[in-house]
Every structure is written in C-alpha cells, then in structure tokens.
Design a protein around this ligand. Structure first.
Ligand SMILES: [Zn+2]
Length: 74
C-alpha cells in the first residue's frame, strides 16, 4: 500500500486562517501583511492567509489605522 500525504493546510480546506474562526473565506492575503498588523491570530503557517469577510474587515480596519499613522508621521 502506498503512503498518502494528507494535507492539513487551510488552503485546501477553504476555511478562514484565523484562530477560532472557521467561516468560509472571501480573500487571500500574503501572510506577512496579516502578521504585520498583529490584530489577527493565525492558526496555520501557510504563506497565504485566507480570510472570511468578518476577519477581512478587521484586517482592512487595521491597515487603515496603519496608513493613518504613516501619514501623521510625515
Ligand atoms: Zn475569519
């Protein structure tokens, strides 16, 4: 019998990558960008992060705040 690799990545499951959230995903975002804001806790280590609409809203809000801080620094 051949050994079969079972993928546990959420990319294949199609669920949200945020810890404690299991909604279906709407957007795929590079992991770095999500880690940078620090508002969302990732439950896997994929390079791409899948976000549901709720988590994407949090992400968007956080990046907006980041951008505001950037413009204030100028
Ligand atoms: Zn989510």
């Amino acid at each position: 019998m051949k050994h079969r690799d079972i993928s546990l990545s959420s990319e294949d499951r199609g669920g949200c990558s945020i810890s404690g959230c299991n909604n279906s995903t709407k957007r795929s975002i590079p992991r770095k960008r999500v880690e940078k804001i620090g508002e969302l806790t990732l439950q896997d280590s994929n390079r791409k992060v899948n976000l549901c609409s709720d988590c994407y809203r949090i992400f968007k809000k956080a990046t907006k705040k980041d951008r505001t801080m950037e413009s204030l620094g100028r």
